[in-house]
Structure formats: C-alpha cells, structure tokens
Design a binder for this molecule. Structure first.
Ligand code: PDD
Length: 290
C-alpha cells in the first residue's frame, strides 16, 4: 500500500506528489498550515484546528480552497487511503499558483495539499526522562498568531537545538521573556505549584493543545496563570514542559544545560500528559467501522 498525498483534488502516490514552481507557498511562503494528530484512528481536536485554519486564512485574505465540509471529507478519504492508525495529518493552503508578483493575484484558486505521515506513539524516553531545551532570541515577525508556512526562524532555532543536543529551542523576546518553542508552546510550574504559560497574543501561536491543557487544568482544579515568564524564572521552576499536537505534553528537564528541579519529569506534567491521553482516547474515530 503506497503512501498517498492529496494535491488540489487528486490523490497521488506520495513520492510523485508535487506542486507547481510558481505556487506562492514556494515563492513567497504565502500560505498557512495545520497539523492534526491522528491518534489510534481518531483525529484529535479537528474542529479547533479547522477553526484556526479559518482564522489564519481570514487574517491573510486567502480564500478557502474548498468548503470546510469538503475539506473534512477529503481529510477522511486521505486517512482511509493511507491506512495508518497513528500519524500526523498535514494540511497546507497557499494563495495558489500565479506568475511571480508580490501583490495578490486575481482569479487564482487557493491551493490545497495534504499529507499523512505515520509516526510512532509518544516515545517512552521522552516521558521518562524529559527533553532538553535551549533558549535563543525570537527573530520572528509580529504576527506569530497566524500559522503561516514562513518558518525560517523556527527552522534555524530547531537546527540550533539539534546541534546542541537539545530537542527544542525556546525563543525569548527582547526583554528576556520566553515566547514559545519553535514548534510548541512553553510552560512552567512555579515553586508554589502554579501552572504558567504566556498569554495568547500576536507574539505566539494559540496552540490547540495549549487550549486543551488549559481546559484540563481547570477540570483538575490547578492554579493557572496566563502571564509571561522569563528564562531565569524557567531555570528555577519546579517543572517545565512543552505542548504541541505531535507530542502533547512533553516534560522539559534541562534548559541551557541547567537541570530543572531534580532533573526528572514533574508530577504535574506527567499528570497532564495522562489526562490529555484520556482526552484523546475519547475523541471520535475518523472513519466509521465496517
Ligand atoms: N507546531 N507554537 C508553534 C510555533 C508551533 O509551530 C506549534 C505547532 C505550536 C503548538 O500548536 P498546537 O498545539 O496547535 O500543535 C506552538 C506544529 C505541530 C508543527 O509545526 O509541526
């Protein structure tokens, strides 16, 4: 069974799937994307992801390539054709194909590409040992709330992390406050047990996992503060973790080579990961059985 991609209405063998050289996503990074976790056959938080896609498109004046209902059907057809139980569904919409010219083209259809990439389930060593993070300057633009495919600072940050043996880079604003990771939101737990993450303004992506964690923290009766925290505060935190659709709640046990607390994943991070997994188990199956 070859892996299958979706390109503008067609289901194509993944290794042959391609877009035109004048796709504006390729020429200008003029496009947006979403990553949805397919977890044991369930699309996690599908509606909030499509709501965010709608918002990203709206903020940039890019038209929906197909209706939302048609997209949901195509997503399911792609999942069906790929036959993976656990995977990442990637959805990308660009302003379409047009002769290279910065201003918006007229009469151009938005382009839609989707892929499904099989992944292994949450690695045990990430859960048991946590991951390392470095901090770097946040070099991005002023609208990080839009999930655009313009990810060069994120790419450079992730590469810097990899080169220093870390898994993620936490970006810091000019005042030394952590904004977010290159592909994740950043969290700490303070000495008094308060869960802290940066407010969802234009300087970070409003993570869908972040929203789910806030809801779960409320259900658990945790003290939660949406406020900025500095790199120094993070180094002295009782716990730290990151969140995203691919790795849910991932404990952070070292920042810039400083061990966080006793170096083991924190109890709150572990509990939130467990509750998030229960939440995923309760999501509806993407495809009806039979
Ligand atoms: N990244 N911040 C940034 C910059 C991100 O790229 C992501 C997600 C998040 C977390 O958002 P969510 O919880 O909705 O996944 C925060 C995806 C996974 C990616 O680019 O692969």
């Amino acid at each position: 069974m070859p892996r299958v991609a979706y390109v503008n209405g067609r289901y194509i063998e993944h290794r042959r799937a391609a877009v035109h050289v004048e796709d504006r996503g390729y020429q200008f990074a003029d496009g947006v994307y979403e990553v949805i976790h397919l977890y044991r056959g369930r699309l996690i938080d599908e509606a909030p992801h499509l709501d965010r896609l709608d918002r990203s498109l709206g903020e940039l004046g890019i038209a929906w390539p197909v209706s939302r209902a048609a997209l949901a059907l195509a997503m399911r057809e792609l999942v069906r054709r790929n036959r993976y139980a656990t995977a990442l569904l990637y959805i990308q919409v660009t302003r379409g194909v047009a002769p290279r010219d910065h201003k918006f083209p007229t009469d151009t259809r938005s382009a839609l590409v989707m892929t499904v990439r099989p992944i292994s389930e949450f690695p045990a060593e990430m859960r048991d040992e946590g991951i390392k993070v470095i901090t770097i300057d946040d070099l991005r633009w002023a609208r990080c709330d839009i999930k655009t495919v313009a990810l060069l600072p994120n790419v450079l940050g992730k590469q810097a992390a990899a080169e220093s043996g870390a898994y993620e880079a936490w970006m810091c604003d000019t005042d030394g406050f952590v904004t977010e990771g290159t592909s994740s939101n950043a969290w700490i737990v303070t000495a008094d047990g308060t869960l802290v993450t940066r407010p969802a303004g234009p300087d970070i992506l409003r993570g869908i996992t972040r929203q789910a964690i806030i809801r779960i923290a409320g259900d658990m009766g945790l003290t939660f503060e949406e406020r900025k925290f500095s790199r120094e505060e993070a180094l002295e935190a009782r716990e730290a973790f990151l969140s995203n659709s691919s790795h849910f709640v991932t404990p952070v046990t070292s920042i810039d080579d400083t061990v966080i607390a006793n170096g083991n994943p924190g109890s709150l991070s572990t509990a939130l990961h467990g509750r998030y997994t229960e939440f995923m188990d309760s999501a509806p199956l993407a495809l009806s059985r039979g």
